[in-house]
Design a protein. Sequence first.
Length: 301
Amino acid sequence: MKIALMARNASLYSHQRLVEAAKDRGHEIEVIDTLRVYINIASHRPEMRYKGEKLEGFDAVIPRIGASITFFGTAVLRQFEVMGVYPLNESVAIARSRDKLRSLQLLARQGIGLPVTVFAHSTSQADDILNVLGGAPVIIKLLEGTQGIGVVLGETPAAAKSMIQAFGGLKANILVQEFVKEAGSQDIRCLVVGERVVASMMRKGAEGDFRSNLHRGGVAQSIKITPEERSTAVRAANVMGLNVCGVDMLRSNHGPVVMEVNSSPGLEGVEKATGIDVAGSIILFLEKNARPNRTKTRGRG
C-alpha cells in the first residue's frame, strides 16, 4: 500500500512509530504536513497539491490532526475521502469526537457510563449547577481545552462557585462534572483498534495534581481491564464512529465512566508502559480494511 500520514511534526514518537511499522510491513508511507496542503475543488478533476506537486496514488490516509487545526485538517482529510482514499478515521468522526459536548451527548444517548455533567455558558445559577452535581468537589473544564489545560478542581462549594463564575466572566462555554473521588486521581486509557482493545494503561497524576495527563507529569503502567471496561471502550469508539482511538475512563463506584474519546491518541505512553506494538496493530488494520471509496461513517449523529 501507499499510505499518507497527515502530521505536522514528523519527529514525534507516534509518527515515527507509524512510519516504522508501515515500512516494516513493506508499505510505502509519506508524511505530509497538513497545513501545507492546498486543494483544487473541482467537479470533475479535484486535486490536492503539496510542495508544488499533486498528491495522488494513495491507498490509505492516517490522519494525525492536532486539536488546534481541526477545521483545516478535517477539510484536507475530507478531500482525501472525496477522492476515494481510505481514511483510518473519517473526517466526520474526528470532528464529532473533538466537540466535547456533542461527544458526551452521543455517548449518553447510547447508554455509555458518564460522570454527571452540566454544560453551561451563563453561570448566574452557579448554586443550582452545584446542586445538580450533588455539591463540591467538582471538575470545571473549558469546552475547548486539551491535554489537561483549562481544567480546574473546585474543592469546596465556595471555591467551585467562584471558579464557575470566573469562567462565566470570560464568556466561555464550560462543562462542570462530578469529581469521582474513588478514582484516586487515576484513569484508564484504552487503545481501541477496530473492534478490540489492543492495549490499556493506568495513568496517575503527578503528586498533588488531580489530572492524570502524561503531558502534565503523570505516570503510566500496564493494567488488566475488566470485561465491562473493555466493552465500554469498544462501544464508545463505535458511537463516535472511530476505527482507532484512545478511550479515557474512570473507575467509579457504579462502574466505568468515560471522560473522553481521543481520535489521535499518543502511542509513546501506552507502548512503553505495555510493551505492545500498537503502531503495528494500526497498520495491520489498514491492510485488512483499506479499499477505494470505502468511506461511510459508522457512528450516528
